[in-house]
Write a protein that binds this ligand. Structure first.
Ligand code: PXL
Length: 281
């Protein structure tokens, strides 16, 4: 059985970060260890007056305990991190736990729709850029791409422009970059990727749904992380993530009024379990 550790916050209500990663990756038949970096009452997008308990001082003791019995991971997947200090601690965690066959997936959570999430700024993006450089795979959206590359945010790009962005993202040091939320002036939406080792570009699209759902980036990164543990075929992993996000959005549409805070991914986990079984080599 494959084992992944995911390091990100617990937003107790609102469906993102660990409350997405843990059920989603587990449903793929992968053991999922967690390191919670903070506990918030809700995520920071759209809720006011949320609580925030910082768990920075717990991360290193957890890692040290794990080292004491030689715990190993096939994958390390990071998402929302609360501070620059946490980014540095997570960077040390990579150095300590990366084996020759461990895949590191960094979702450089910084913002959306051209803006930083509450509490993040350019200095924080500079630290995140360094962490991204240590990853095998990074998964920014277009806003995060702009912040990582220090370029102005634009909503729409040509295929050639996206390819140039991907190459620049890999120059940060990661081997594969994936940009999510890509639309090329048609009715499709998806993700485009570049593997700098092979020089190959990948893309995967599903029907565009003209609604936005909080946490879909985390659903995407979780499925891509899980699928990367199960198959070496990157196209297959990308398709699995893009299709699953589409399915979750489609399933949420009829209940959007009561489900304004996130995507109802739970309705699709059975299907994800079947898909993941087919990925296993
Ligand atoms: O979905 C990314 C995310 C994760 N964790 C927290 C967030 C967000 C985005 O807003 O606020 C706490």
């Amino acid at each position: 059985m494959k084992r992944i550790v995911t390091i990100q916050d617990i937003s107790c209500f609102g469906k993102c970060s660990l409350t997405v990663a843990l059920p989603v990756i587990s449903a793929m038949g992968i053991e999922t260890a967690i390191i919670p970096t903070a506990v918030l009452s809700t995520h920071t997008g759209g809720f006011k007056d949320f609580t925030f308990r910082d768990l920075t001082s717990d991360i290193t003791p957890i890692a040290n305990h794990w080292k004491s019995f030689e715990l190993k991971f096939n994958g390390i997947y990071t998402g929302y991190l609360g501070s620059k200090e946490q980014i540095n601690i997570v960077s040390d965690f990579f150095d300590s736990f990366k084996e020759s066959d461990t895949k590191i997936i960094v979702d450089p959570v910084l913002g959306d729709n051209g803006r930083f999430y509450t509490g993040f700024d350019t200095d924080y993006a500079i630290e995140m850029k360094k962490l991204a450089g240590k990853a095998d795979i990074i998964v920014p959206n277009l806003t995060e791409t702009a912040f990582l590359l220090n370029i102005p945010y634009k909503e729409s790009y040509t295929e050639k422009e996206v390819e140039a962005l991907l190459v620049r993202l890999c120059e940060l040091g990661c081997s594969t970059a994936v940009i999510t939320g890509i639309r090329y002036q048609n009715k499709l939406q998806g993700a485009v990727a570049y593997d700098s080792k092979s020089g190959r570009f990948y893309s995967s699209f599903a029907k565009h749904i003209d609604r936005s759902f909080h946490g879909t980036g985390d659903i995407f990164s979780s499925v891509l992380s899980g699928a990367s543990m199960l198959t070496d075929d990157f196209q297959e992993a990308l398709d699995t993530a893009v299709q699953f996000v589409y399915k979750c959005m489609e399933a949420t549409l009829p209940i959007m009024d009561e489900h304004y805070y996130g995507a109802a991914f739970e309705l699709c986990l059975g299907e994800l379990n079947s898909t993941a079984k087919k990925l296993q080599v």
